[in-house]
Write a protein that binds this ligand. Structure first.
Ligand SMILES: Nc1nc2c(ncn2[C@@H]2O[C@H](COP(=O)(O)OP(=O)(O)OP(=O)(O)O)[C@@H](O)[C@H]2O)c(=O)[nH]1
Ligand SMILES: [Mg+2]
Length: 316
């Protein structure tokens, strides 16, 4: 499912400024003005990659592959060396980030998306942004507030539903989240709505009972429509760095995660974690959040992401 391709290069580039400073600017400083790109420099670059949340294994692999490629080439100019590293980064993201489920929307109506993640990761905001994008793409959308723990959660989702101009289903605080999910999907089925999104309460991946509750929500959805949910998106805060990987693992243990959404890539210097996630998770990153606004959700695309990260020119 890839109904909209929302990539605003300058916005992405702007958002990645801190990560760029940590990663690309340092690499540039290391390789600029060096007469010979020897082993020592490659090791320095490796060090920069490791300390930029790319992770040890992934950084080592990037350098190994770059070394092999550079050996075969005579051109050791700064531009070429940067290109080799860039291409390695792109291929890491691309090889693990195959979007295989295009155009399934015709087959499944409603198409049901469950959104999960730890507290404050950006689930509700992301649902609002997604609702807006789907609506713009001409689809009918309904969102269900299965975060029944806090009164503010309902209000927040309601604000987003108004912004996006989509219907919302909610119940009072303390209601069973599974019941809200059940209701939302039932209404969608009755009204022939295209997309259903279910917002869930933030849950720590270490709290077993809350994690178990996800199974219950999922089960209640499939009682209404046996094929649903079509997707379970895990929302991860880009600031969490290494912990993002643990979250992805733990959530995958209790439910089948079909896609990742990495938020708050604006304003963090830890954006390098995206490469680590791509190389260690079997689940693709679908979207990235680069701001709090309704238009600040972008389709995740390997080449645009790396190009934006390495583009050191002033944003026009
Ligand atoms: N800068 C920035 N802020 C974001 C982004 N996505 C979400 N936020 C902010 O992060 C905060 C938490 O977002 P929510 O959507 O409430 O997160 P949540 O996962 O629903 O939180 P809980 O329901 O409490 O678990 C809000 O202040 C959002 O505006 C993003 O991509 N960039
Ligand atoms: Mg929320």
């Amino acid at each position: 499912m890839n109904l909209f391709k929302n990539i605003n290069f300058n916005k992405l580039k702007d958002g990645l400024t801190k990560t760029r400073d940590k990663l690309v600017t340092k690499i540039n400083e290391t390789i600029t003005g060096k007469a010979k790109l020897d082993e020592e420099i490659l090791e320095e670059v490796e060090e920069i990659l490791i300390t930029s949340d790319i992770g040890y294994d992934t950084a080592t692999r990037i350098i190994e592959n770059s070394r092999v490629k550079l050996k075969a080439e005579k051109d050791r100019s700064k531009l070429n060396v940067t290109d080799v590293i860039k291409n390695e980064l792109i291929s890491i993201v691309e090889s693990y980030n195959t979007n295989s489920e295009f155009n399934r929307l015709d087959q499944y109506k409603p198409y049901v998306i469950l959104v999960v993640g730890v507290n404050g990761a950006g689930k509700t905001t992301t649902i609002g942004k997604l609702a807006h994008n789907y609506k713009q793409a001409g689809l009918s959308v309904i969102i269900g507030s299965a975060d029944t723990f806090r009164a503010a959660a309902n209000e927040q989702l309601e604000v987003w539903s108004k912004r996006a101009g989509v219907e919302i289903v909610q119940r009072s605080i303390g209601a069973d989240p599974s019941a809200v999910a059940f209701d939302t999907v039932s209404i969608a089925k009755k009204k022939n709505i295209d997309i259903v999104m279910i917002d869930t309460a933030g849950r720590l991946h270490t709290k077993q009972n809350l994690m178990e509750e996800l199974k219950k929500i999922k089960k209640s959805i499939s009682k209404v429509i046996d094929y649903a949910p079509n997707e379970t998106f895990l929302v991860i805060d880009g600031n969490t760095g290494q912990n993002a990987l643990i979250q992805a693992e733990k959530f995958s243990d209790v439910t089948d995660i079909t896609g990742l959404i990495v938020t708050k890539l604006d304003g963090t210097a830890k954006g390098g974690v995206v490469f680590q996630i791509c190389s260690q998770q079997k689940v693709p990153i679908k979207y990235i959040g680069v701001g709090e606004g309704i238009d600040d959700l972008q389709t995740f695309d390997a080449k645009s992401f790396v190009d934006a990260l390495f583009d050191v020119n002033e944003v026009a």
